[in-house]
Design a protein around this ligand. Structure first.
Ligand SMILES: Cc1cc2nc3c(=O)[nH]c(=O)nc-3n(C[C@H](O)[C@H](O)[C@H](O)COP(=O)(O)OP(=O)(O)OC[C@H]3O[C@@H](n4cnc5c(N)ncnc54)[C@H](O)[C@@H]3O)c2cc1C
Length: 264
């Protein structure tokens, strides 16, 4: 680990000012990804700005037909929330499948989406549910937020404050997980909403994507059999020591079918 200056601001405005004043400042939320990176000397920020003391960034509340979850809300809090379980049980289930208890008690919604690991679970829920991310500057639809592998639409100095999840009629998430880390080798989030069926796939490609072919098939017939004959194209899918692109393409169908079965 290299030397850095540590700051613990109490407001978003102070955090923004600290970022602007630093040579190479970095926000830290749960630290679950960032701290191992620092320990391995893969990054050398001049300043670490801890969001842990910023008020108003965590918590879960219902706002009309949506659930609004603060960026600093931990995965454990989302998994245990009676409000989330009642309104979007698939989202509570997803949060409960992330990592292990230690990771769930430190890792945050904001840290997960801003890091945008291709194998992270939350991006699937945001895209399938048509969520929006509110930052200190604007509101960004989920489909525009996740721009590439470990890349997001956030600009320099922009801080994610909360995510608004429209409440679907029904939704479910299933993943084929890495047995060691529990990250998604492939995860499928299926949502039935008043506007139609949405299927978002995580883990399979460089970043989360919608599987439009399955959405069309499920809109015509919402049953596991509707996706059975479909095959996701293996082009542009990840291929690594955990799974080939071909295998991931197969898992996309199987995970989607299981999520549909869970809902149906
Ligand atoms: C052993 C292990 C297993 C894991 N398993 C899973 C899994 O199964 N599924 C899964 O989805 N994830 C998994 N994770 C990831 C974990 O759940 C965290 O979500 C992730 O590490 C980042 O969240 P964090 O709060 O720790 O963010 P940090 O590590 O603190 O930050 C991550 C990045 O986001 C930036 N950032 C953080 N908050 C904000 C904000 N509000 N605005 C702007 N930028 C911000 C930081 O600057 C940094 O670049 C695992 C992690 C570990 C260590």
């Amino acid at each position: 680990m290299y030397d850095f200056a540590y700051h613990k601001p109490a407001s978003v405005a102070d955090a923004v000012a600290l970022l602007a004043g630093a040579d190479d400042g970095k926000l830290v939320a749960g630290g679950m990804t960032l701290l191992p990176t620092l320990k391995q000397r893969l990054a050398q920020p001049s300043d670490l700005i801890d969001l842990g003391g910023v008020s108003g960034l965590s918590g879960i509340r219902r706002e009309g037909d949506a659930l609004v979850i603060g960026a600093m809300t931990t995965h454990g809090a989302v998994a245990a929330s009676a409000e989330v379980k009642a309104a979007i049980p698939g989202l509570a289930e997803l949060a409960g499948l992330i990592g292990d208890p230690q990771v769930r008690n430190r890792g945050t919604l904001g840290g997960s989406i801003c890091n945008n690991d291709p194998a992270a679970d939350y991006p699937g829920a945001l895209v399938a549910l048509g969520a929006t991310v509110t930052t200190n500057q604007r509101t960004i639809p989920a489909e525009e937020f996740f721009t590439g592998m470990f890349e997001t639409a956030l600009e320099e100095g922009e801080i994610a404050q909360s995510v608004s999840f429209p409440i679907p009629e029904k939704s479910a998430y299933t993943k084929f997980r890495n047995p060691a880390s529990r990250y998604a080798i492939v995860g499928a989030y299926v949502a039935r909403t008043a506007a139609g069926v949405r299927v978002a796939i995580t883990g399979a490609g460089p970043t989360v994507f919608r599987w439009k072919e399955a959405e069309a098939a499920l809109s015509a017939n919402f049953a596991p059999s509707a996706v059975e004959g479909l095959k996701a194209p293996a082009t542009n899918l990840n291929s690594d020591i955990h799974a080939s692109a071909e295998y991931r393409a197969h898992l996309v169908m199987v995970m989607t079918k299981r999520a549909v079965a869970e809902i149906a």
